[in-house]
Design a protein around this ligand. Structure first.
Ligand code: 5AD
Ligand code: SF4
Length: 471
């Protein structure tokens, strides 16, 4: 048994990160899934969604097939998120449901993985109180999942294997894409920013970039497989390469991905600290880099930004923001904001509203601050009531809706480029897709356009989506 430790997870060492190309293997004795099924519940960010695609592929290589109904599956996996308390609660609620299911079907194998599995408090609770959880593994040893599952299935004994410290980069992991035309591509793992509220540097380890050759090979393989759009994934993509190369960064990687000829390139998430002028220039220079940037600001108050350890001010954020708006044609900029950080005053909060009014973000993901055990902010005393926090979130969300609608209205009667992904839930002759600025759009067009990037005239605009017809 190996359990996580937050103090270990916090350490950053200069230890070499090895890149392994044949670490992952499915041997004959691991093909235990014939006539058995699996069900994965994924919580949290794109990184987790992509990890679930990896877990699916591993399970299918072991012979399991996918089952859409959790209650009928033989192996249930909860791929969890630790970023806020409500993500935790959802998982604990689901574990309660699985407990009852296990009483009816004792042979179910329950697995817990992802960021919650990296938390000491969670693993302690599972160990003490949740006998029906059979396998716990973390974010650093996802490649060992088939071996561990095989052991648990054969021994019928519980296995907990979570490493506190990040390991090597495993290059040969398979994945099954949920989307035929779009794919996530990890470009780096972990984060070294240590924003004071955030658990990610502890659950995902130190920043480790993949070699650019490996990323480009993956993109080329995806193109061969019919993929039109890649989203380059990392917690802090603008710092790509800094841990690995002296002279190769995100700008270089973007240019190399452009050269593959892939039709659309996106990247998330950006930290304002590492966003260079050169990046703006490159986004503008190439048509296949989409004019869409997710640039979390978190707060508009310099006092709070300092307490959050964000390393920029409201003024420097605005300077960068305005540069992007001025220099990147038709750019769409979205953000993340936390309200109710410890001791956030009404004045601080008004600074956030003021910043929002100045930026008129295309969209924002807004959250009430949630203390995470082991992070510095969790030790700060907090005198803001839950009620005030909720009220602030509501006030902020009104602005989010107002400017989301305004940003969509600007596209009315304009022609936009859309990747048509499939039939919309609305009607059989309406297709759904995303514009180059990452806006959801329902398009009146023929089914034969599925999997194509087409020109669409926007005919109506709503707060969270657009309607249009092909031209
Ligand atoms: N409480 C609330 N929101 C958080 N986020 C990260 N940590 C916390 C926390 N402890 C938000 C940030 C981040 C997004 C992914 O989640 O806004 O950008
Ligand atoms: Fe968390 Fe900050 Fe790293 Fe983002 S940059 S993952 S908010 S520590």
């Amino acid at each position: 048994m190996k359990t996580p430790n937050m103090l270990e997870a916090k350490k950053r060492t200069k230890d070499k990160v090895n890149i392994l190309y044949d670490e992952y293997k499915i041997t004959k004795d691991m093909k235990i899934g014939t006539n058995k099924t699996y069900h994965i519940k994924t919580y949290g960010c794109q990184m987790n969604e992509h990890d679930s695609e990896v877990l699916s592929a591993m399970l299918e290589e072991m012979g399991y097939s996918k089952c859409d109904v959790m209650e009928d599956a033989d192996v249930i996996i909860l791929n969890t998120c630790a970023i806020r308390e409500n993500a935790h609660n959802k998982v604990f609620g689901m574990l309660g449901r699985i407990k009852h299911l296990r009483e009816e079907r004792p042979n179910i194998i329950t697995c817990l993985c992802g960021c919650m599995a990296q938390e000491e408090v969670v693993v302690d609770e599972v160990k003490k109180k949740m006998k029906w959880v059979d396998l716990v593994f973390g974010t650093h040893n996802i490649h060992r999942f088939p071996i561990l599952l095989n052991e648990v299935a054969k021994s019928k004994e519980r296995e907990i294997e979570v490493y506190s410290k990040e390991g090597d980069i495993i290059e040969n992991l398979p994945y099954i894409r949920d989307n035929k035309y779009k794919s996530w591509v990890n470009i780096m793992y972990g984060c070294d920013k240590f924003c004071t509220y955030c658990i990610v540097p502890y659950t995902r380890g130190k920043q480790r970039s993949r070699r650019h050759e490996d990323i480009i090979k993956e993109v080329n393989d995806l193109i061969k497989d019919g993929v039109l759009e890649v989203t380059l994934l990392g917690q802090n993509v603008n710092a790509y390469g800094k841990d690995l190369y002296d002279n190769y960064g995100m700008e270089n990687l973007l240019e190399d991905v452009v050269k593959t000829g892939i039709k659309r390139i996106k990247f998330v998430t950006s930290h304002p600290w590492d966003f260079t002028d050169k990046m703006i220039e490159i986004i503008n220079k190439y048509d296949n880099i989409l004019p869409f940037i997710h640039l979390p600001v978190q707060s508009g108050s310099n006092r709070i930004l300092k307490l959050m350890g964000r390393r920029y001010t409201k003024e420097s954020y605005l300077e960068l923001f305005n540069k992007m708006r001025d220099q990147i044609k038709n750019v769409s900029i979205t953000t993340d904001i936390i309200v109710g950080f410890p001791n956030e005053t009404e004045e601080d909060f008004k600074e956030t509203l003021d910043l929002y009014e100045k930026c008129e973000f295309d969209l924002a993901y807004t959250f009430i601050y949630s203390p995470r055990v082991g992070t510095p902010a969790a030790k700060m005393k907090d005198d803001v009531s839950e009620e005030v926090k909720k009220e602030r979130l509501e006030r902020l969300n009104k602005l989010v809706s107002k400017y989301a609608k305004k940003s969509n209205d600007k596209l009315l009667n304009k022609t936009v480029s859309v990747l048509i992904e499939g039939v919309s839930e609305k009607a059989n002759d309406i297709m759904m897709g995303y514009t180059d600025t990452n806006k959801l759009i329902n398009v009146k067009t023929d089914k034969s356009n599925i999997g194509k990037i087409i020109d669409v005239k926007v005919t109506s605009s709503k707060t969270w989506s657009l309607d249009g017809k092909s031209v």
